[in-house]
Design a protein around this ligand. Structure first.
Ligand SMILES: NC(=O)c1ccc[n+]([C@@H]2O[C@H](COP(=O)([O-])OP(=O)(O)OC[C@H]3O[C@@H](n4cnc5c(N)ncnc54)[C@H](OP(=O)(O)O)[C@@H]3O)[C@@H](O)[C@H]2O)c1
Length: 270
């Protein structure tokens, strides 16, 4: 079913040079999709394009998603090369783990610029094309975009912002046949952790280890594919986070707060 669904569909993936974006690109390419690959690292994008099953099926487009013009160019280059755009997947992102107090403003702003504005710009320019093909807009959010978590204040804020934007888009675009979906993973095994910012805006040498299970990236790609094929509005990885959050709300957040305060204490780089 997946094979048929993606054959000759055209997707633009931001953050395609690494992690979830890269693994999704390879999966969709194997299923017959044509791809625009956007991220800053052109050499890494070329490697992904070289690994795509069919020669010429993936176009590397070096892009900094914090620059609106570059997002416009990424969309246009994809449409020029493949004739249309059916699917946008916004996976470009940057993590920060630091308590808010004492965090430097430029670092906080950078996280918002990459995660939220990067998604907003790409979505803005892709929308007319995706609307024409009655396709899908997909954003990779996070469990931190569903529940406040200590030390993920601004990272979570960037993901809550994505959730809000995409929830509104879902309602605005339903009548036009556009699917709008959000994927909210917990910890996934990708190089994201190599670049987690500390409060001063520098990457942690070794960030604190995640206190919960880390999920294989292929499992996350399975969820993304399911969301697109079934045109679902939201998917959470792992599935039981949804019921846990509902229970947390039902219990007045007391137990959840107690647990999260213990699992995510204030820590500073050595
Ligand atoms: N891994 C997790 O545990 C996890 C959990 C929940 C949500 N997520 C979300 O999943 C998404 C993908 O993360 P990942 O785990 O795959 O991390 P990753 O392996 O570090 O990939 C991040 C991607 O974002 C791109 N990127 C960063 N800044 C960019 C910029 N200014 N312009 C363009 N591209 C930029 C990077 O490419 P370049 O460096 O080449 O630009 C890279 O391709 C992110 O939105 C992240 O917040 C991840």
């Amino acid at each position: 079913m997946t094979e048929q669904f993606f054959t000759n569909r055209v997707a633009l993936i931001t953050g395609a040079s690494s992690g979830i974006g890269r693994a999704t690109a390879l999966r969709l390419a194997a299923a017959g999709a044509k791809l625009g690959l956007a991220a800053r690292n052109g050499a890494a994008l070329q490697e992904v394009a070289d690994q795509a099953a069919e020669a010429g099926a993936a176009l590397p487009i070096p892009t900094d998603v914090t620059e609106p013009e570059q997002c416009r160019r990424a969309v246009e280059a994809t449409v020029e090369r493949f004739g249309k755009l059916d699917l946008l997947i916004c996976s470009a992102g940057l993590s920060m783990r630091a308590y808010f107090e004492g965090s430097a403003l430029p670092a906080l702003e950078r996280v918002m610029r990459v995660n939220f504005f990067g998604t907003l710009y790409a979505t803005h320019f892709a929308l007319p094309h995706v609307k024409r093909s009655r396709g899908s807009l997909v954003a990779i959010s996070s469990v931190t975009g569903l529940r406040g978590i200590p030390s993920y204040g601004v990272y979570g804020a960037s993901k809550f912002a994505i959730q809000g934007l995409y929830e509104s888009l879902h309602l605005e675009l339903k009548k036009h046949g556009v699917h709008v979906g959000v994927v909210s993973p917990a910890f996934v095994d990708t190089p994201l952790r190599d670049n987690v910012l500390a409060g001063d805006g520098q990457p942690w040498h070794v960030p604190p280890p995640p206190p919960f299970r880390i999920w294989p990236v292929e499992k996350c790609v399975d969820r993304i594919v399911r969301l697109i094929v079934k045109r679902r509005r939201e998917i959470v990885l792992p599935w039981f986070v949804g019921p846990m959050l509902a229970l947390d709300r039902l219990l007045g957040y007391g137990f959840g707060n107690w647990l999260l305060e213990r699992k995510f204490p204030e820590e500073s780089p050595p």
